[in-house]
Design a protein around this ligand. Structure first.
Ligand code: ATP
Length: 358
């Protein structure tokens, strides 16, 4: 459960690296609120500025303009250790010569915790990450997943109000990564700490987050729940970056969606039904190969079998390509073969009209 209270206010933050012609505007007027107890994800392709934003919350980078506030108080001028914020780095950054318990205790000693308080906290955090039997080991005697848990225990030990996680799972293999996704959700729920998670993996962001901020080239593209971002992408970038999308040009007229010689569909554009040219986005699972004469005419150009589902690439008769996905629970992989003439039908509300509609 997320509270409504705002934990972090990112108030029109800019970040400029370098000067003159060499200057890079890594963040361009980013404005967003992160709520208390939220699992909040910064998502975007490499170089979009998500790590820079995380480092600014942590205090490793200054803001060039704007302000970051934690529970209403500006963080400007506060050094990293003066902020009730802790970071889990992608590399884990464990001290190789210290044992697991010494690694966890280190941050507490640095923060001036009393020696008598440190041991119970270390034991509690080891229990929290399910590593109670590993206190005396050194990092090289642990698997990657176990090292990740130690890094989490160390970051959680001083009970920060906010935990920042920078591409924390990207070094793990796929199976372990899925396990740690569940584990991170559990830790967030049990501790009630606000998590700010950075990833370039859209599936990971959709799976884990209460809300997601999608970024591109230093700009915020959309902030919303996973459902908002997936079902109602704000623009073409978000529709393209999150999930699979076909982009089609159509024309809305007389309650119909027209695709030239490919044919027409009864109007599926619910959000902006006004007449005229329409730039459309459609998810492959919202389209279906139809057996009857309904739908748009086309030819199957490719069949991609993916175990759980099959994706048909269809070249519509007006020349536009689109993707149609069927789950394989009822022999869907054999619905059509390359070169077959097919009809493509749409589920209600399948098409989303993009803002850039011409
Ligand atoms: P990745 O997923 O690859 O880590 P990112 O989205 O986290 O990418 P940032 O690392 O925040 O992106 O970088 C954003 C932009 O700022 C990039 O163009 C990067 O080259 C630039 N940048 C980051 N740090 C510096 C620096 N110290 N000096 C100059 N430019 C920098």
């Amino acid at each position: 459960m997320t509270g409504n209270r705002v934990a972090i206010e990112i108030d029109h933050v800019c970040k400029r690296f370098g000067a003159g012609e060499q200057a890079v505007l890594a963040l361009d007027h980013i404005a967003l609120d992160i709520r208390e107890n939220e699992f909040f994800t910064l998502l975007g392709p490499s170089g979009c500025g998500k790590t820079t934003l995380l480092r600014m919350i942590a205090g490793f980078e200054d803001v060039s303009a704007g302000d970051i506030r934690l529970y209403g108080a500006s963080l400007t001028g506060k050094l990293p250790f003066q902020r009730p914020v802790n970071t889990v780095f992608q590399s884990y950054a464990l001290f190789p010569h210290l044992t697991v318990e010494e690694n966890i205790a280190f941050g507490l000693e640095m923060r001036g915790f009393k020696p008598a308080d440190i041991n119970p906290i270390v034991a509690e955090k080891l229990e929290l990450v399910k590593l109670s039997g590993f206190a005396r080991r050194r990092p090289h005697q642990l698997s990657g997943g176990q090292q990740q848990r130690v890094a989490l225990a160390r970051a959680l030990a001083p009970s920060p109000r906010v935990l920042l996680l920078d591409e924390s799972l990207s070094a793990l293999d796929l199976k372990l990564r899925k396990e740690m996704q569940v584990e991170l959700k559990r830790l967030q729920r049990e501790t009630g700490i606000t998590f700010v998670f950075v990833t370039h993996d859209q599936e990971e962001a959709l799976t884990m987050s209460d809300r997601i901020a999608v970024m591109s080239a230093g700009k915020l593209q959309q902030v919303g729940s996973p459902e908002d971002i997936y079902d109602r992408p704000a623009n073409r970038f978000v529709a393209d970056f999150i999930g699979e999308t076909s982009f089609l040009q159509g024309r809305v007229a007389d309650g119909q969606l027209h695709f030239g010689v490919a044919g027409s569909l009864s109007c599926q554009v619910l959000d902006q039904p006004h007449d005229g040219a329409a730039a459309l986005a459609v998810r492959p699972e919202r389209l279906q190969l139809a057996s009857s004469g309904d739908g748009l005419g086309g030819v199957v150009a490719e069949v991609v079998y993916r175990g759980v589902d099959t994706v048909y690439l269809v070249q519509l008769a007006d020349g536009q390509p689109c993707r149609v996905r069927h789950t394989n629970d009822s022999g869907a992989s054999r619905l059509a073969r390359v070169g077959d003439a097919v009809r493509v039908a749409a589920l209600p509300g399948a098409f989303h009209r993009l803002q850039e509609a011409g």
